[in-house]
Design a protein around this ligand. Structure first.
Ligand SMILES: Nc1ncnc2c1ncn2[C@@H]1O[C@H](COP(=O)(O)OP(=O)(O)OP(=O)(O)O)[C@@H](O)[C@H]1O
Length: 249
């Protein structure tokens, strides 16, 4: 079995009387997409925020790359390689695809942001940037400004920028949201390929995408994981069908 990069043990989080996360344990293994599904308000975003360091759990532990991180802030977890995408705010709309990714590479290399002219002629920055652009499926669009990209291309740019950080795991919260069926169809193979760069914990409502992509699925209902398994196991699970999938499955 593949190495585990992220382990969550017995996580609890309450908002007043509401138990948003109840005794949640899960793992993310190298090379996999582990999808987290569940009805609206089940606690998926709250769980992702606790893993990313945006919300402090009441109890439980989070082990990332062998270290206990539940007391670390979000920036420290990001530096350790936990990439919370899509950090849409970091895309500069007036800059080109190449400029945006060069900035991300520059940031990841710990260099201060310089002027573009030297940065764009520095192959230590442009070579990795071009590789991330190609990896994210945006080859040929390097000179286009981010503002002129389609919604789907913008997601690809965000993926290229996330790759620049050389993350050890991705936390993706609804990457298909607002993309429409064609956009989702385009993004699916890119996410599929992305798992070879770093494993993905994926929150997604688009069940076609989840069933096409996930190696494992965990189902969250009222803050509790009611089942974890392969796509086939989850689709066949009577409790999951009753509480969430219904006729969709
Ligand atoms: N900061 C907060 N304060 C109080 N209650 C909150 C807070 N954040 C989330 N909640 C509540 O916690 C529960 C879980 O919310 P969460 O957003 O995590 O669900 P979700 O599964 O991500 O839902 P969706 O699929 O609609 O995005 C909901 O009842 C929500 O109203």
């Amino acid at each position: 079995m593949s190495e585990v990069i992220l382990e969550i043990h017995n996580l609890h989080k309450a908002f007043g009387a509401l138990q948003a996360t109840q005794d949640v344990s899960l793992t993310l293994r190298q090379g996999e997409i582990h999808a987290l599904i569940g009805p609206n308000g089940a606690g998926k975003s709250t769980l992702i925020k606790q893993i990313a360091g945006e919300i402090r759990p009441d109890s439980g532990s989070i082990v990332f790359a062998g270290q206990r991180v539940e007391t670390w802030d979000a920036a420290a977890r990001a530096r350790a390689g936990l990439a919370r995408s899509f950090q849409i705010s970091s895309v500069m709309p007036d800059y080109t695809v190449l400029q945006n990714v060069v900035l991300a590479v520059q940031g990841a290399q710990g260099r201060s942001f310089g002027f573009f002219r030297p940065a764009l002629s520095d192959r230590h920055l442009t070579d990795p940037a071009q590789a991330h652009i190609a990896h994210a499926g945006l080859e040929g669009r390097e000179g286009v400004t981010a503002a002129a990209l389609s919604h789907g291309e913008r997601r690809k740019l965000e993926i290229a920028m996330a790759l620049a950080l050389q993350p050890r795991a991705f936390l993706l919260d609804e990457p298909m949201a607002g993309m429409g069926p064609e956009g989702a169809r385009q993004l699916t193979p890119i996410l599929s390929e992305l798992r070879t760069s770093a494993p993905i914990l994926l929150v997604e409502h688009d069940m076609d995408a989840v069933f096409a992509l996930a190696d494992r699925i965990s189902v969250l209902v009222y803050g509790r994981i009611i089942a974890t398994g392969s796509v086939a196991e989850i689709r066949a699970n009577p409790e999951v069908r009753a509480s969430y999938l219904g006729e969709e499955a």
